[in-house]
Write a protein that binds this ligand. Sequence first.
Ligand SMILES: [Zn+2]
Length: 97
Amino acid sequence: MPRYDYRCSACGMVFEAHHGFDEPAPLCPSCGGPVKRLIKQAAPMLRGMAAPVSKYATKEELRAKWAEETPKLRKKLADKLGEERVLKNAPTLRDTF
Ligand SMILES: [Zn+2]
């Protein structure tokens, strides 16, 4: 019998269920609410990608945000560690914009 992971849409409970692939999803054992099947392998990647994408709608916005934040971050590091160490340890923070 295949094993599936579910998350309750109502209370957020995550649980495992064993049933045939053509059987309908069970109800939440905690509150009886509707559940969604979780795809285990894909979940961490999707979660990682969801954050910036939902926060900044487009690539251009992301780029603009990056262009705005990088000099600030670089300045902060340079003040703290010194210019040379920043260039050595964080080459991506060079003034490329
Ligand atoms: Zn529930």
